[in-house]
Write a new protein. Sequence first.
Length: 324
Amino acid sequence: MSDTAHGITTGAVARRLGVSPTTVRSWDQRYGIGPAARVDGRHRRWSPADVAMLEEMCRLTASGVPPAEAARAAQQVRTGAETAVDVPPAGTGRAGPGSGLPLGDVRQECRGLARAAVRLDAPAMERLLQEVLAEHGLVTAWEEVMAPTLHAVGRKWESSDDRYVEVEHLLSWHVSTALRRAASTGPAIASPTAPVVLACVPAEQHTLPLEALAAGLAERGLPTRMFGAAVPAEALDAAVRRSGPAAVALWSQARSTADHALARHIATTAFGVRGARTAPLVLLAGPGWLGRPPAPGMVRPTGLREAIGVISRLYGEPAGDAAG
């Protein structure tokens, strides 16, 4: 049996969270939030529920919660995540061993989307995504249905010896399709308005959170320019200078991809006529930016809802939840 059948290593967990392996080990030693089981009684192997616990630990400490208090709360997350969703394969009554996704306490729509994803039921996924967007709005659909399901599939893949890759790819495609469709149905945008530039930093391939932000801004009639994954620094610099944006959202999924020097460069890039030159507000979006306070000219929103609010205020729009 492959080692990954027992869970993933501390190094793999650290890369996923964007922290050092030493930090993960210290949390285990100081606060007792290590893996629930160890291979041969010695080697740490982190299950999906363990990873969910550490993700909550990172989220809480980044928001200012003391580590000891955060650890107690994070352990409760593991208890909830250990209850997996049984997803029967198409044509059978029960799921095979280990086929459940570690979702924990989530909306019923999230469970339905997970079941459809594991069955590779594309029509069901499309229907469910359309329904949740129509009923709950974009922000709630992303934060409480799409993102939790994507994270559960990712955790399952990491702990299942590279199984479920096809599930992740199909689910990502349908989420992306739903987000782009939502963006295309927003109100007409006045072309002279300064846009918002959306881009992943170089070496960063995760675009779905930026697609969600693009859709949320489109719902408010705010203009965007989406440049997608792994934008080279030179290309990003050219895009900013040519478009004169009001804001630039830079996505980084892990600390290994966060480019603070590039963010500072963009935040100090001035454009416009002499005597009235301006620089864009830089949004440090994603968990990769955690660990350092934002420099002048930058903000670090905690999620999609806050990012939409920050950008809306730049355009004189109310920061209320118009996107759901």
